[in-house]
Design a protein around this ligand. Structure first.
Ligand code: NI
Length: 185
């Protein structure tokens, strides 16, 4: 009989879940103000180190299996560029569309061009429960829209062209097999 292994501190914190985990496909729930407890705030802040560890520039709560409308982004990695938004709403999209390559921590090793609007205005709450407005363009706008999609169960692969979807089919199949193996009992 073996003794219990020592507790791995990583098992007590959130982990990024991967396609095709069905938790990525849920519509996340709005956070009522009374749910903004110190525990929720601490868990939300914990998304930043996890995102940095994974070399990401954005991470949404559903990507750790947490079914709430909240995400973090930081395109530069500098502390002053950290942005967290709770209950974000896209108020306006403008500036025409542009295509650029995206990837996602939940869909590893797959990249593809996605068409999105160039400029956006988003409103949401910060961790103090204050409403904040974010105006962004270019890559920041793209990242905000990508993370906002996660809250509605949408992945960037859903937005690829039909040709590109066909091209990544085998890679998606491989991820499905990895997922099935990892979840086999
Ligand atoms: Ni993503």
């Amino acid at each position: 009989m073996e003794s219990a292994p020592p507790t791995d501190p990583r098992t007590t914190s959130d982990q990024v879940i991967r396609f095709p985990d069905p938790r990525l496909r849920r519509t996340a729930k709005p956070i009522p103000v009374e749910d903004m407890t110190p525990e929720l705030i601490a868990r939300a802040q914990g998304l930043f180190p996890l995102m940095y560890e994974e070399n990401g520039i954005g991470l949404a709560a559903p990507q750790v299996g947490w079914n709430v409308r909240l995400f973090v982004i930081n395109l530069s990695g500098e502390p002053e560029d950290e942005l967290i938004l709770l209950n974000p709403v896209v108020e306006e999209e403008s500036g025409g569309t542009w295509r650029a390559e995206e990837g996602c921590l939940s869909v590893p090793k797959i990249y593809g061009k996605v068409t999105r609007n160039r400029r956006i205005r988003m409103v949401g709450w910060n961790l103090e429960g204050e409403e904040i407005e974010v105006e962004a363009e270019g890559m920041v706008a793209r990242c905000l829209l990508h993370e906002h999609d996660h809250l509605d169960g949408i992945l960037f692969i859903d937005r690829l062209s039909a040709v590109k979807k066909q091209a990544i089919r085998r890679k998606l199949r491989a991820l499905e097999e990895d997922y099935a193996d990892a979840n086999a009992s």
